[in-house]
Design a protein around this ligand. Sequence first.
Ligand code: SAH
Ligand code: DHB
Ligand code: MG
Length: 223
Amino acid sequence: MAAFNEQLAQQIDAYIESLFVPADPALTANFENARSAGLPPINVTPNQGKFLYLLARIGGVRRILEIGTLGGYSTTWLARALPPEGRLISLEFDPVHARTARGNLALAALENVVEVRVGDAAASMTAMIEVGEPPFDLIFIDADKVGYVKYLGLALQLSRPGTVILADNIIRNGGVLEEHSDDASNRAVREYNAAIAANPQLESIALPMFKDKIDGIAISLVK
Ligand code: SAH
Ligand code: DHB
Ligand code: MG
């Protein structure tokens, strides 16, 4: 058995992708359009996308809230898990990201399933709470890391018992192990992990995942 290293991690990720994530023109175009529009390549990986899709399918979810759209890559995976009457709202601060995502979602024939709302995610969520938005079945947190704990508090107000709250980038290549990291995002995600662990309303686990570095997704179930 080979010792753990980055190359082995990449080979395993590619092996899993080759088995379970067939090439998909809409997802390939999504990534390429995002790159040519100058968006950073910080979307979830294909295997993580499949994982998000399966979680949504297993949960039979109909209403999804995503925090952090980028070019709509994870959005596409999640929206494809919805039944015909399902809806996804995705929150994005950057108008260029939102415009790119809308174009990509139209290419994937998801423009009637997904609404991309431009603005600060916390402000959009606060507005939803004020107008009595019905609870979501699944909420995926993937925007600025320093906002994660705030997004969790707002997400809980947009949840019901049984809602699944997911968060990306909860390992940060081990950055979350540092008790007093210089990196504000590391500190914020470490606080997020502690918050979901301590919240008596939640049952949670953090799942490490890897490609070129070790990161992961946290899963919380609202009791
Ligand atoms: N979920 C995407 C990746 C999101 S990257 C995918 O996997 O495909 C993080 C996104 O959050 C970026 O597009 C960034 O512009 C957005 N973002 C950052 N701060 C935000 C805020 N305060 N409100 C809403 N979106 C924000
Ligand atoms: C980064 C990665 C992400 O998945 C994200 O949501 C934000 C930033 C990064 O690698 O910098
Ligand atoms: Mg992310």
